[in-house]
Every structure is written in C-alpha cells, then in structure tokens.
Design a protein around this ligand. Sequence first.
Ligand SMILES: [Fe+2]
Length: 403
Amino acid sequence: MAERFNVGGVLLPRPFVIRRLGHFGINVDNSDRSLDFYTRLLGFRMSDPIDFGARIPVDERASYGSTSGYFLRHGTDHHSLVLFPRTVVDRLNPHYRTCPENTTNQITWQVGSLAEIVNGHDWFKNTDRKVLRAGRDVPGSNWHFYPPDPDGHVNELYYGIEQIGWSGRSKPLQVHQLRHERPPTLPFRSEYAEVNEAIANGTSLDSGNRGTDPAPETFDVDGVLLGRPFKVVKVGPIRLFVEDIDKAIAFYRDDLGLDVTQEVNYLGHRCVFFRANTEHHSLGVYPIALRAQLDLRQDTTLLSFGLQVATYTQLKAALQFLRSNGVQIKTLPSALFPGMDYQALAIDPDGHAIQLFYRMDQVGWDGQVRPDQAPIGPPDVWPDAVEPESDVYKGEVLLGPFN
Ligand SMILES: [Fe+2]
C-alpha cells in the first residue's frame, strides 16, 4: 500500500492539501502601466511595492525602465495579484525562466497549516521533486515553497498570508525582518506573538503602506458606492498552454494533489481542468498547439486568468465599463471553458487575457459535473437577467465589505 500521511488526523497520500487558489502573478513589460490598469480600471488596491533596482548592477539599471513590482489585493489577503517587471525578473532569476514564453510570475495555492508547508516541502525534497526555493517572504509574510511545473510555470504553496483589515494598511516595514530562507523548525511562534514583539520594540502599527483609489465613487454597486460598477471577489481560474498534457497532469494531479474535474476534446486538442475545492476548476491546461488557432497573444503560455465579479449585473456592467475605457473585449468558443456560462475576455496592456465571469459550476462529494449546456452567445446578446442555476452565488465568497 502506498505511503500515507497524517494531515491533522486524516490519512492522505500527501502531507498537505491545497485548499484554494490564493493568488496569481504576471510578469509585465511596464509595471507602472499595469499598476494603473489593474487599480484604476479593475479596482485592485496596491498593498506594497517592491523595488528590485538595488539588485541590478548600477551600470545596467538605466536600461530597465521601472524596476518596481507591485502586490495588489481585492480583499483582505495581502495580495491576490502580483505584477512584476518582466525583464528585471528574468535578469535576477534566469534559472526560473526555463520557457521564454512564460509570462506567469506565480500560481499560488493555499494549504491548511504551517505543518503542511514544512512536511510538504520535506516530501517534495525527499521524493526528488523540484523545489526552487522555500521559506518566508515579505511583503505578505506567508510561509511557502515553490515547485515549478514541467513547463517552468512557478507554483507556490503557502500558509498564513498577511491579512489587511479596515485600516487598509499593510504590515510596517520594521516587521519585514520576518524573512526566512528555509522552512522553520516546528512549532513556530504565532503571528500574534510577532506583533507583540513589534509593539514592544516601539513599531507603530499605523506605519505600513495604505493603497489608495483615485477614482471618484460614482457607481452604485449593489448598494455600495465605488469607483467602478463592479467588485472583483475572487481570482482564477488560470489557463495555461503546455507542451505535454500528460506531464502537466502528473504534476498538478499527482504532485500537487489537485482533482481532475473534467477533460474536453476541443477540435482534437485534449484540455484538462483541475479543482482545489468545490469550484469546477481553478486551473485549465491546454496543448500549446491549440494557441495558434485562438485569437490571443501568441508569445505567452498564459491563455487567460480569471477575475470573478460579485453578480451577473456587475459582470455586464464591468464589460461595458472596460469597453468604454478603451479595453478590448473578446470572446472565445464556450467549449474551451466547461463549467462556466457567462464570461468574456478583457485584454490588458500586455495582451494578457483576463476572463471575467460571475459564477462557476460547483462540484460536490461525488465529483459529478453538470451535463453540457447550450453555448452562450457574445455579451451584446446576453439578457438583462438570467434564470438561476442551482449553485449560483455558491462556493468561495468574499469576506468583508466591497472596497
Ligand atoms: Fe506568492
């Protein structure tokens, strides 16, 4: 019988369980331009900047333009979206860049405890699975380790990301000495004890960064005035083009432990969809040969990444708002997106496709998926209101107010 691991008293095939997609990152050509796009038009707040300039030799620095990366959030997680400067990341981490078309920065999964991170890291190392690095980083203060997929997309497993509350302030810089370059010896002190120490050392808890929103609050978003007519409530799903579907399954299903929800044969291309929890999928993998047949950026292995908005009405309003602000909106055949109905793609300044949607099928204990539905037309033929699916507004929910 295969080895099993005691995860909180439950015997499982791995010493960790991924609970959800926590955040996602892209490497971009101009991080300041992307920051403007994702904050002003999509409503993300900048939690903290990170300047990589000091890590680049002085005589090279001028050739890089902005060397800043940005951590953005839509809820209380310190970051749910990361924008890093592509040429700078490539210069500093050439060993990460096994595929020149990889513009994903990180695909980041939450596990259930610090023990799952430490034991999961040991399991990866002891079974000769590749890990790029491990420890704890700031900003964000989460413990983590980074396994790459067979195509070089960097995945991250983490526990304990910093939460940003009503004040909107991130942890003060003085607390950033929490960085570790390896997993801890367990047990480790709680975050509460760390904050107590910071207070005892005279750190002001109000001195962290507070992201701002310059847009006037002119839109009624289900009862809350906001600077745009919708609220992003969740990130994902991520869609990747890969060289070898079987190798991708071996990594995402067997190494990370994601469940395969469904496979789709699209014009002879085998596409596979994985879930971490009850969502139909948080990850889809597609053969790279399919890319040339789709009206998408042709030099990235990122097909799209999802941003879920809170309601159907908000989805319609979001597409109209983005279009009126000069953002290109596209649709692709719905057969590429099983488990979804109303969705469309908005193209960001780098040509990355952002998939906007408001609901996804939820999958229960028996793993059964909903039978195929009739295809949905483009947004301009969508009705003003729709009939409810049994699982509408179910699954992971936003905690806290629309901000
Ligand atoms: Fe991360």
